[in-house]
Design a protein around this ligand. Structure first.
Ligand code: NAP
Length: 293
């Protein structure tokens, strides 16, 4: 039976199933979400509810956050009712949201000031990976903090890698999001070209999957592309490419294709399709090509 009480803040698409997995693994959980009604299901299964991130920190040894974006993480950690205000030396604070590496470094510094440890540990694998406990977890922070968190990460994920110091997990996540977005865009171009030339897109995916062009996007999103089914799905990709572009700018790294795909996601949003799955990039290529596959 795990001894540590874990605080969990942010019970959304990802946080809810992750928190449920920790409960199932025997952790004592203290939960909090901005919309408090989302705490009820966890409470009915044995978790305790807390009124603020500060209360969560006071009541637990390890705190996990799964929030939408950098400003949310800043507020939840550094605000007057935040985690740092309720935390104490020796605690372990783990942010699993996808945010800017620079904000992860700021949270880590704030934790150091009170002699607590912080890890940035963003994930890939989507809501299915969160439910099944098979996420890939990319971790930034000290060796010691990583070792302490490893048992808990093994409940949530299948591939857990310590990437380096504070912010390194977020850098890896930004790279992940570049690869996924650019691949979706490339698959979309290939599907529209094939289809407009009279070649069946379904058979195209089948044959290309057997060679060097085969990829997980084509495998996992095959049905979404072919049936134009873009709901529900992952709708935070524009935010993530923003993080990748800002990080590349800070470092002086040339990422032209990422910039173009970012613009395509902006166009989708402007057309009112910002809530669709990222595979809806296909629509952008279809509309500009005057052809629906
Ligand atoms: P989500 O469904 O929007 O969940 C975020 C949760 O955080 C919501 O329940 C929200 O509460 C809560 N929250 C926001 N601000 C808060 C605050 N100040 N205090 C307490 N709770 C607060 O988002 P998600 O899809 O779970 O994504 C979470 C993170 O994981 C994001 O960074 C995302 O990029 C990343 N991620 C997502 C996926 C995916 O497939 N969805 C995959 C990999 C990584 P409300 O109910 O009040 O809004």
């Amino acid at each position: 039976m795990p001894e540590d009480t874990v605080g969990f803040i942010g019970l959304g698409i990802m946080g809810r199933p992750m928190a449920l997995n920790l409960l199932r693994a025997g952790y004592s959980l203290v939960v909090h979400n901005r919309t408090r009604a989302k705490e009820e299901e966890l409470v009915s299964k044995g978790a305790r509810a807390a009124g603020s991130p500060r209360e969560v920190a006071s009541a637990s040894e390890i705190v996990i956050t799964m929030l939408p974006d950098s400003p949310d993480v800043e507020e939840v950690y550094l605000g007057s009712e935040g985690v740092i205000a309720g935390a104490r030396g020796g605690q372990l604070l783990i942010d699993m949201s996808s945010i800017a590496p620079a904000v992860a470094v700021a949270v880590s510094s704030a934790a150091s000031e009170i002699e607590a440890d912080a890890l940035d540990a963003p994930v890939s694998g989507g809501d299915v990976g969160a439910r099944e406990g098979t996420l890939s977890i990319m971790v930034g922070g000290s060796d010691e903090a990583f070792k302490r968190a490893k048992t808990l990460f093994d409940v949530l994920g299948k591939t857990v890698v310590h990437m380096g110091g504070a912010g390194a997990g977020q850098t890896a996540k930004a790279c992940n999001q570049i690869l996924v977005a650019v691949t979706i865009e490339a698959v979309s171009e290939a599907l529209v070209l094939a289809s407009k030339a009279g070649v069946d897109p379904d058979r195209l995916i089948e044959v290309l999957s057997g060679g060097l062009a085969g990829n997980r996007v084509m495998e996992v999103r095959r049905r979404n592309f072919l049936e134009h089914d873009f709901t529900p799905g992952f709708k935070l990709h524009h935010k993530d490419l923003g993080i990748a572009l800002r990080t590349a700018r800070e470092l002086g790294v040339y990422v032209p294709t990422t910039a173009i795909v970012d613009q395509m996601l902006a166009a989708l949003k402007a057309a009112g399709d910002g809530g669709l799955d990222h595979s809806a990039l296909l629509k952008v290529i279809e509309e500009a090509s005057a052809h629906r596959i």
